[in-house]
Every structure is written in structure tokens, then in C-alpha cells.
Write a protein that binds this ligand. Structure first.
Ligand code: GLC
Length: 559
């Protein structure tokens, strides 16, 4: 393994940052964030140290699902800017060494998309087959809906033609029919269009739903014979059109099924996938103060191609889904982090951000992010995490965590100079309001969470063994502690995290180490000696965290 490999397989040592242009920075004072505002704030992201932006949907939309209901895949929501503004952002980001990916939401369109408007006009409309229609009465599909608060079926009767269309999400989001080769060609064109404008890949929305054509009529004949061949086609097309473009897929399925979405160990389908299993296990571990569930999840990850990578996260723009836990486990997490009904959604998730869930305890918040950045995978942040933003529960939906970015303590948190009523949603109120949580105050404070993130990200980037290396859980006696070793040829790093409130002394033994080795702290000053058997004792405060490089004699790696 050469250090220069990290430039080719850049996603393996990246730090991703997800933002919605709409809520990030409003530059023209209309109350809505825009690309010009984002361009102004790229240097904040550079300063933070992230290396790849993930832009949530910025396309024209009917605004029924916060932009995930698209009315023109080739357009730009005029409130956010135009194609010129997008290109300026991509170009400026590239100048700063930032890559840019964006949401590719092609499982469905908005019902306001011209294709669907045509499709529903008549059974013989040329666009009829762009969507999935059935004439017979559908069976009960209430157990298959994604948003049970709004929908009770994945089929909706369309009065005009008397047939039902498939919508696996909201009824305002009819599913595209990817068994139609014309639709597949159009999707490729969309990929080609945005990569031509400079995008470095896509966060691919709802991939299992896209590939699932079992809802199509005509039995086997109407289905994609090999859905994964289609995903391979998209990846191959992206590879041809870009220099190292990625597909980061949303696939919330058990690990073994996720492996198939990587293309098994061939790694020729999705480049990356979110680790939903590890994320949910992390919360169970935090709730219990027991590293066990997280260890089980990490050890349960299947072996992938060396080119594939997991995207790790503790929060995203959706509900904090706990759908892969058992009912009892889910209730444990609810009790610990979201006991009130208004904090919960769809009987499976929470609409809170991390800091309020941890009662604002800085030790726990930092420990969790230190853990996230030390686990194998590519850490993915949701805007505002770097300053410890909270949610606005009064919003009462997934949008509770999609409030305007908090830049200053001033009006609207410095996000916009427009009247509050013109903003896309309320600014956070209460203890996490901009008055208390904002970028400006934290920038110059060496002890702020933002400064902590800068250090964490810079160390993470210097330690590619975290993203690339072999991962091993180290034996030690405390159930509250996760101690792990990441190693690659010329280096090894030990990370130790205490999920419990009590201070601990952690005895560790490292193979092939002796008194000539040293453990050097990477996040603070300090070194720990090792004895003749490769043993060392590490002390940690309650909710403490440490990263230590195993320093071999004569090593030239910087610490
Ligand atoms: C994905 C997105 C979510 C959206 C849904 C439908 O799950 O993350 O925000 O509502 O797809 O597009």
C-alpha cells in the first residue's frame, strides 16, 4: 500500500459533508439559501477539513418531500440559482481541493414532472411505460409503505385512466419504470449531464427500491432479469465519464444484502454504502454504555472489494432510523435518547440531533465523534454537526433537523437577512439557538467543538490506516470500552473509547510490540510506554477517548 494510493481511491480516506443549499446560506436576502451563498461559505468547509460535499437535491421540485420530488432532473431550483451558479460552486470547490457529489433521485419523480403528467393522460401515451401501472385492484400493501404516517398503500388509483400507479414513497412520488430501456437511457443521460458539469459522483437515493421491479405486471417477463447488472451498467457508465467518480448508495438492508449492492467482492456496483447497521448499533451501545452491540456490528461487516468503502455516520437528514434493531432494543434507545412521543417518528426513528440526545454533555459528544472518525469507513457529517447544532422539535417531522445553518448569534443565525417568515423553516430555538451555537463564536475558540472537529479531521486524514487498514478489536476487560487497532504496512493506530461514565484503566496487549515501541497520543500530548510483552495501560476519563499511534523504532511518520 502506497500513500499515493489514497489519491486514486480518494473516497476511502475522505471526509464527507452533506448540506442542503436551501438551508445553508442565503446571499440574495430572499430567505432561501442559494449557490452564491454556498460559494461564500466554501472556505468554512475547507477550514473544517472536509474533502467532499454531498449536495442534497437542488433540482426543480414540487416541494412535497423537501426536494426529493423532482420535476426536472436537468434543472436547478430557481430559488437556489441557475446552472451557472452550480458550475461556479463546483469550480470553486475543486480549486479548494473539495470534491462535490449530489443526490441522484431516480427511483421516482414528482407527480408534477412533465413525464408523469403525460403518463397519466391515457393508457397509450408514449410516456405511459415510464411509470409502473396496474389495472387490477392491488392487494394490501400497508406493511410496505415507507412513510406510514401518510400512506397506507404503495399503489394509488389514478381516476382518469382507472389504473393504479406504483409509489414506494409518498403518493406524490410515482416510481419510474426502469424495466423500460428508454427510462434507463434517460437516467444515464442525467448522470452524464451532471458529471459533465463537474460533479464527482452521486449519493444514490433509495437504491433497493430502484432495483426492485417486482411490482411490475406481466410476472417475470415484466421484471429486470438481473437488476444488479443494471447497477453495474450505471457504475460502468460513470467510470467511463469521470475520473474516479463515486456512487454512494442508500441501502438500508442487512449486511449480506448490502454486499450484493457492492457487486460482491468484485466491487463493480456501488462504490460506497452507508453503514446503517453500525449506526444503529452505535446508539444501542451508547444507550447501554456497553460497546458490545457496536463490536458485533463491526465484526459482522462482510468482506468487500478493497476498492469499496463504508460511509459511517451518526446523523443524517432523515429520521435517525432504528428499524434494524429489535423492538426491545429500539425501546431502549427511545428511552435513552428520545422518550417523548414528539421526538419519535414512524415508530422506528428519532427526529433529534446528537447533542440534545446526549444532554449537551461535551465529553460524550466529543467521544462519539472521535469514535465515528476512528472506525473503519469514511465519516460523513450532516451540516451543523461541526458546531453541535440541535433540532427544532416544533417542526414535528424529519425536517426538525434541517433547520437553517447557524453562522452567527445574529438574526436568523446569520443565515439570511430576510424576515423569519420567508425562511424555509424555523431557526432552532431554546438552548441550541444561534445565540449559543454558531460558527462565528466557535471559530476563534480553541476549546470549541468546531476546533475539536478541525483537529479530528486533520488527524483522520493523516491516518489512512483508519479508512484502509486492517481492523481488529483489542481484548480488554471493560464492557463499556471499545479498544481497536487499525494497521497497514508501515503504521498502526490504537483507538480507545469509553462509553461509560466511570473512569477506567485499560490494559492492552499488542502483538509484535515491546519496550522499543511507544504509544503516542495523537489528539493531545502524551506518550505511554510498552513493556517486554507489548502490554500498556491506558487511563481514560468517563466518556474519554484517545487515539494513539504505535511508534516503532526508526519510524519517520509524523505524530
Ligand atoms: C431517501 C431520502 C429521503 C427521501 C426518500 C424519498 O430515503 O433520504 O429523504 O424522502 O429517499 O426520495
Amino acid at each position: 500500500m502506497r500513500i499515493t494510493d489514497t489519491a486514486d481511491l480518494w473516497w476511502k480516506n475522505a471526509v464527507l459533508y452533506c448540506l442542503d443549499v436551501e438551508t445553508f446560506m442565503d446571499w440574495d436576502d430572499d430567505g432561501v439559501g442559494d449557490f452564491t451563498g454556498l460559494a461564500q461559505r466554501l472556505d468554512h468547509l475547507v477550514d473544517l477539513g472536509v474533502t467532499c460535499l454531498w449536495l442534497m437535491p437542488f433540482y426543480p421540485t414540487a416541494e412535497r418531500d423537501d426536494g426529493y420530488d423532482i420535476t426536472d432532473f436537468y434543472g436547478v431550483d430557481p430559488r437556489l440559482g441557475n446552472h451557472g451558479d452550480v458550475v461556479e460552486v463546483i469550480r470553486t470547490a475543486h480549486d479548494r481541493g473539495l470534491r462535490v457529489i449530489a443526490d441522484l433521485v431516480v427511483n421516482h419523480t414528482s407527480d408534477q414532472h412533465p413525464w408523469f403528467k403525460e403518463s397519466r393522460k391515457s393508457k397509450d401515451n408514449p410516456y405511459r411505460d415510464w411509470y409502473v401501472w396496474r389495472s387490477d385492484t392491488p392487494p394490501d400493501t400497508s406493511d410496505q409503505v415507507v412513510f406510514p404516517d401518510q400512506e397506507d398503500s404503495i399503489w394509488e388509483l389514478d381516476e382518469k385512466t382507472g389504473e393504479y400507479y406504483l409509489h414506494q414513497f409518498y403518493k406524490s412520488q410515482p416510481d419510474l419504470n426502469v424495466t423500460n430501456p428508454v427510462v434507463r437511457d434517460e437516467i444515464a443521460k442525467i448522470v452524464g449531464f451532471w458529471t459533465q458539469l463537474g460533479l464527482d459522483g452521486f449519493r444514490m437515493d433509495a437504491v433497493p427500491f430502484l432495483l426492485d421491479t417486482s411490482g411490475n405486471g406481466d410476472g417475470e417477463a415484466g421484471r429486470l432479469p438481473d437488476p444488479h447488472a443494471y447497477l453495474r451498467d450505471i457504475r460502468a457508465f460513470l467510470d467511463r465519464r469521470t475520473n474516479g467518480g463515486i456512487l454512494l448508495g442508500e441501502v438500508n438492508l442487512p449486511f449480506e444484502e448490502q454486499l450484493t449492492f457492492y457487486g460482491g467482492t468484485d466491487g463493480d456496483e456501488l462504490t460506497m454504502q452507508f453503514d446503517f447497521i453500525g449506526m444503529q448499533a452505535t446508539y444501542l451501545s451508547l444507550a447501554r454504555g456497553d460497546a458490545g452491540p457496536l463490536v458485533t456490528a463491526l465484526q459482522g461487516r462482510p468482506t468487500t472489494s478493497p476498492d469499496s468503502q463504508w460511509a459511517t455516520f451518526v446523523r443524517n437528514h432523515d429520521e435517525l432510523t432504528l428499524d434494524k434493531l429489535t423492538e426491545d432494543e429500539r425501546q431502549e434507545v427511545f428511552a435513552a435518547f428520545g422518550p417523548e412521543p414528539e421526538m419519535q417518528i414512524y415508530d422506528r426513528g428519532l427526529i433529534r440531533r446528537l447533542p440534545p440526545m446526549l444532554d449537551g454533555d461535551p465529553r460524550r459528544i466529543r467521544m462519539v465523534y472521535s469514535l465515528l472518525f476512528s472506525l473503519p469507513g469514511t465519516p460523513t457529517l450532516f451540516y451543523g454537526e461541526e458546531i453541535g447544532m440541535g433540532e427544532e422539535l416544533s417542526v414535528g417531522s424529519r425536517l426538525a433537523v434541517r433547520t437553517p445553518m447557524q453562522w452567527t448569534s445574529g438574526t436568523n443565525g446569520g443565515f439570511s437577512r430576510a424576515k423569519a417568515a420567508k425562511l424555509p423553516g424555523p431557526v432552532v430555538t431554546g438552548g441550541y439557538a444561534p445565540e449559543f451555537v454558531n460558527v462565528a463564536d466557535q471559530r476563534k475558540d480553541p476549546d470549541s467543538l468546531l476546533s475539536f472537529f478541525r483537529r479530528l479531521i486533520s488527524r483522520r486524514r493523516e491516518c489512512p490506516e483508519l479508512g484502509w487498514g486492517d481492523f481488529q478489536v483489542l481484548e480488554q476487560p471493560h464492557s463499556a470500552v471499545l479498544a481497536h487497532l487499525c494497521s497497514w504496512d508501515d503504521g498502526a493506530l490504537v483507538a480507545v473509547h469509553n462509553l461509560g461514565a466511570e473512569p477506567v484503566t485499560v490494559p492492552l496487549q499488542l502483538a509484535d510490540c515491546g519496550p522499543e515501541h511507544l504509544l503516542a497520543d495523537l489528539l493531545v500530548d502524551g506518550t505511554t510506554a510498552m513493556d517486554a510483552d507489548g502490554c500498556a495501560e491506558l487511563t481514560l476519563e468517563g466518556y474519554g477517548h484517545r487515539w494513539l499511534r504505535v511508534v516503532a523504532p526508526g519510524t519517520r511518520r509524523i505524530r
